[in-house]
Ligand binder design. Sequence first.
Ligand SMILES: Cc1ncc(COP(=O)(O)O)c(C=O)c1O
Length: 394
Amino acid sequence: MTHEGDCFLVPGPVRMSENCLQAMATPVMTARGPEFREVMAGLNSGLRHAFNLSPSSPSMKSESWSGEDGYKVVVVSGSGTAAMEMVIANRFRNNDLVLVATNGKFGERVAAICEQYCNVKHLKYEWGREFDLGEMELLLERRCYEAVLICHNETSTGITQDAEAIAEMCKRNETGFILDGITSVGGIPVHPAEWNAEAVVVGAQKCTAGPSGIAAIAVNSHFIDRVQTIAKQGDGNPRYYLDLIAALKKGDDDQTPWTPAINLAMGWSAALENLKHETNEGRWNRCQKLASGVRKLFTDLGFTLLADHGQRSNTVTAIMYPDGIDDSWRSTLKSTYNTQVIGAQDHLKGKMFRVGSMGETPVSEMVEGCNRMLACFRELGHDLPEVDVASYFA
Ligand SMILES: Cc1ncc(COP(=O)(O)O)c(C=O)c1O
């Protein structure tokens, strides 16, 4: 199958499917009536599936947000950063100490949010390099950290952390584990219950192919106990819109404390239906197929990937520009080849580009997109041999 039209290979926001766009065009409904409560129940059930949690019914009045595994999902009207801030602001007191390991922009953002609400030991590794797990374990053995926080899939550098090993380390040292799963949930394996993760955050516009501006968190019973204890003792951090206690009170009624992002919720619920249909394993496998094809194609052609070899992401690949090529390549790619990828952030700006392989992107679009990328490099004077691009994605 060939792909026509534009190729949109950006690591979020990703293209939304027709049923997601149609769902958002539903005429207005009230925020508190049964129609929206049905929407919320469907969304909660779809989220539990995406988070890889035990299932729940998509019908209202059935505690769709909770399940046998003790986790609850809470929808946040705001982007992924709002959901991450909600987790941190509610879970920690300002004298708590947390450990944040980072190797890119979004991990550093997790550390920056924590700095607003508690004390932080920031283990700042070079962008794209693996964490030093030995160094982390030595720190955790001191037993002075409330939790370890990581950005599971670092979109800025294309590296996926070894969450399983970090989870085991946290269990051994009786320390909480919290993940920014904004570009992992729905794209690569995430196992909140097995990892004993206290909280995982997802943003709709990434691997679940929903609209921008809505996000969700999955929290376990220990997390909820801590939040409630802190709230009762009255020594928590200041918060209002992102008060988790207010959200928890509304959960059983398929409601949110404030006017929710109604039409975005409808769109996201429809997108999550597509994920249910594909299955988590099916989507993880497709993302892996797309990303491994991109990795092999570009390395065979002599390009350098930023991330350490053993932990390259299946939802985003960061590729260094060859000598003589700069970010004007992306402008030409967009204007002449109708194809979009994204550039780099901060000190890597202009030095590399990133290819997203998340959401509902079909293999045919990735094949076409890669053919156009190679043609664009050739047009700008970078000599490349002719290759059978499709064979990398077979
Ligand atoms: C891993 C990760 N964390 C956090 C964010 C920020 O999310 P948002 O822009 O939805 O607030 C992003 C956005 O690209 C991301 O990729």
